[in-house]
Design a protein around this ligand. Structure first.
Ligand code: GDP
Length: 420
């Protein structure tokens, strides 16, 4: 039976590391957004008529709202990006098609990719194209049409054409993997521009090499440039067209060992991007053409299943590559993309806390001042009361004295009258 099914159930796919992390971090930002909204509402409700909160503080808190919005927008667009490089006709388009389980990109003679092609999940159910610098959606129904559309346009080799393909037609696209196919590294002298435009945000690079020959200077050169710009890029090496080895089984092991050793040396000693042990997990011997045929056959789209000797082993190795690739890309994307968001989120939270702390301590001060004022008032009242008491006592005394005085005088006058 030449139809092995995908061994990884969807839920167990390593891509879920990214998918789940993305959901989680988004949920956290929804919460932060709620807090900020609450804080703004609360501040506005207190601001009116009181002098506790300054307008500046409300404004500052409102900027957090905008910031959280911005981060959520970027987060929604965050994806895992894999870029494929190699010499013309090594099978880059075929590898991408095999991974997508559909013939999306044109491949083969006359269909040399002469610009950058990015395949990503479409927000609609219809596939379409977008040329660089334009927002126009050009509908594409088939590979033939796509190839035609690409030939029709006069495209520069550094230009990017985005192919939006329905998410529901491919798990990888559904889970936010974006594929970038490049023109052959042997063709273009403009490698620096390529790296600036298309590589700096790539999570994984796949070098599609031809197992029938050794790595070329052009291929190595390109990855030297990449690893100078990026610190420890994740690079996989696919020795494609391994089915061709089936015709020469006597050299199979020897050729494989040679490619393997050279590949490890390239990654470990030349580029210094990984350890020898890691490099072993980054080099694969596959046949993209067979893998694609097998997958089309699994879906009943093709009647000719590949039958070359050793197909099963090569197909398993292709699947093994896919699993290691998924693990690598999702971990790398979580780290490079979400670490920044986490830091920004933390920053916003601590700034919001500072604003609220300031408001709290201002309010506390106002409260103390008021209490103090009240105490002052209290003291003043006591004094007045005492004064009043003293005054009344004095008055009483005065009146008493006056009365006594009057009495004395009256009795004195009376006595004098009597004596007369
Ligand atoms: P690209 O220019 O690197 O994108 O290469 P393509 O994917 O267009 O492949 C060029 C030609 O090689 C096409 O005719 C493919 O069918 C063929 N091809 C790709 N992969 C394999 C493979 O693994 N084995 C064999 N025998 N042919 C392949």
């Amino acid at each position: 039976d030449h139809r092995p099914l995908r061994t990884t159930p969807v839920e167990n796919s390593p891509l879920q590391i990214f998918v789940k992390a993305k959901k989680k971090i988004n949920d956290i930002f929804v919460e932060i957004e709620d807090y900020v909204d609450d804080a703004v509402d609360y501040m506005k409700s207190i601001e009116e008529g009181q002098q506790i909160i300054e307008q500046e503080q409300v404004k500052q808190t409102e900027t957090f709202k905008a910031k959280v919005h911005g981060i959520r927008d970027v987060l929604a667009r965050d994806h895992m990006k894999v870029a494929f490089f190699g010499r013309t006709s090594n099978g880059k388009s075929s590898v991408i098609n095999a991974m997508l389980r559909e013939k999306i990109l044109p491949s083969g003679i006359g269909h040399t990719t002469n610009c950058f092609l990015q395949v990503e999940g479409s927000p609609t159910d219809e596939p379409y194209l977008m040329l660089e610098g334009s927002n126009e959606h050009c509908a594409v129904e088939s590979v033939g049409q796509l190839a035609h559309a690409l030939c029709k346009e006069k495209l520069n080799e550094s230009q990017l054409v985005r192919v939006f393909w329905p998410r529901n037609r491919c798990i990888l696209l559904r889970d936010d993997v974006v594929f970038v196919d490049s023109p052959g590294v042997d063709v273009s002298p403009n490698l620096d521009e390529w790296i600036d435009k298309h590589c700096l945000d790539a999570d994984v690079f796949v070098l599609v090499a031809n197992a029938e020959s050794t790595l070329m200077v052009a291929e190595k050169n390109f990855f030297h440039k990449v690893s100078m710009r990026l610190s420890k890029p994740n690079i996989f090496i696919l020795n494609n067209r391994w089915d061709a080895s089936a015709s020469e089984p006597e050299f199979l092991d020897q050729v494989r060992r040679q490619h393997q050793e050279r590949g490890i040396d390239f990654l470990v000693k030349e580029l210094k991007v990984c350890t020898p042990k890691e490099a072993e997990e980054r080099i694969f011997f596959i046949s993209a053409k067979e893998a694609l045929l097998a997958r089309l056959a699994e879906q009943g789209q093709n009647t000719t299943t590949p039958l070359a000797e050793g197909f099963q082993t090569r197909y398993f190795e292709f699947q093994d590559f896919e699993r290691k690739f998924e693990e690598c890309i999702s971990k790398s994307a979580v780290k490079t993309k979400f670490e920044q968001h986490t830091q920004r989120g933390r920053h916003i939270a601590s700034e919001l806390k500072d604003v609220l702390d300031n408001i709290y301590s201002d309010a506390q001060k106002i409260k103390e001042d008021k209490l103090h004022q009240r105490k002052d008032l209290h003291d003043k009242m006591n004094y007045t009361e005492q004064q009043l008491m003293l005054i009344t006592r004095e008055m009483k005394q005065k009146i008493h004295n006056m009365v006594e005085d009057v009495e004395q005088r009256v009795s004195k006058a009376l006595n004098e009258e009597i004596r007369r």
